[in-house]
Design a protein around this ligand. Structure first.
Ligand SMILES: Cc1ncc(COP(=O)(O)O)c(C=O)c1O
Length: 281
């Protein structure tokens, strides 16, 4: 066997084993679609085992924001790995985490002055929801335990996160019977540069006024509803949401998993509306 044929047979072995042992996200267990085998990645490019290249236009589901194989990130990971890769954060701390939290406080919108670290977008959403519920329990209002979300919203695949995704197109309707029930307002319709019309917020405004005694928080994706269709909407909608949350004593959770760290042209999408924030994931 020459080296090209032996490489090709190694490739097909990996793909066979992939089909045998791996269940990929959002794929069918019984009829899996063959995956692409990546052997190297750099910048926006994925280099495949068969010698071809793909451009990863979705940045690894938003998280490879600086591109693959970034020298500064690689150097930081290599410098740390020989010291320790991880320690539990309960009662233990270390300089890289403290420095990261300080940087996050310095670059995020005003009002965010403490960081709770979590390990995925969905878990961040779970944590923010828990914080909102805990806040109302702590101030003696435990009945404020419902959430108000938007149609077309997407907030992740864990259970509390699923319960605030669009109930129809949020990919989780199969779990409808087991998810906590929350409130949904229509998705914003007015685009970023279009003239504002108060009708766009009318139903949201009616729901928050009617349900304020039950509502712990509003959760939304600021400026862009990502997985729900890359729907860009007016910053005025966000400003009105902020005002209504203040008026009715409801917390606001800004889910910047897809929009944060510069993806909308500002460091955080909330900055388009100049919002002060209490909870951001
Ligand atoms: C707005 C938003 N929130 C939450 C999540 C969930 O993040 P993760 O996939 O890291 O759990 C996503 C993922 O795409 C997202 O777009």
């Amino acid at each position: 066997m020459n080296s090209i044929t032996s490489e090709l047979s190694a490739q097909s072995r990996i793909l066979d084993k992939d089909q045998q042992f791996v269940w990929h996200p959002y794929s069918s267990l019984s009829a899996p679609i063959p995956a692409y085998e990546v052997v190297f990645a750099e910048g926006v490019n994925l280099h495949l085992a068969d010698g071809s290249q793909l451009i990863d236009g979705m940045a690894s589901w938003w998280c490879a924001i600086h591109g693959y194989n970034h020298p500064a990130l690689n150097a930081a990971a290599k410098a740390q790995i020989d010291k320790f890769s991880h320690v539990m954060f309960g009662g233990i701390t270390h300089a890289p985490a403290v420095d990261l939290c300080e940087t996050l406080v310095n670059i995020t919108p005003r009002g965010l002055d403490k960081v709770f670290l979590s390990d995925s977008g969905s878990v961040a959403v779970e944590v923010a929801i828990k914080m909102a519920f805990q806040y109302w329990i702590s101030v003696g209002k435990p009945d404020k335990n419902k959430l108000l979300s938007l149609h077309n919203g997407y907030h992740g695949d864990t259970f509390a996160a699923m319960s605030v995704c669009d109930p129809v197109n949020g990919m989780h309707h199969m779990f409808d019977q087991v998810l906590a029930k929350h409130y949904f307002a229509p998705a914003p319709q007015i685009g970023v540069d279009e003239p504002w019309d108060e009708d766009d917020i009318a139903e949201f405004s009616a729901i928050i006024a009617a349900k304020k005694d039950q509502l712990a928080a509003v959760i939304l994706e600021p400026i862009v509803q990502g997985a729900g269709g890359m729907r860009f909407y007016s910053p005025e909608y966000l400003r009105r949401v902020r005002e209504l949350c203040d008026e009715h004593d409801v917390l606001l959770i800004a889910d910047e998993i897809a929009t944060g760290f510069g993806r909308t042209g500002k460091l955080f999408a909330c900055e388009w509306a100049g919002l002060p924030l209490t909870l951001c994931v």
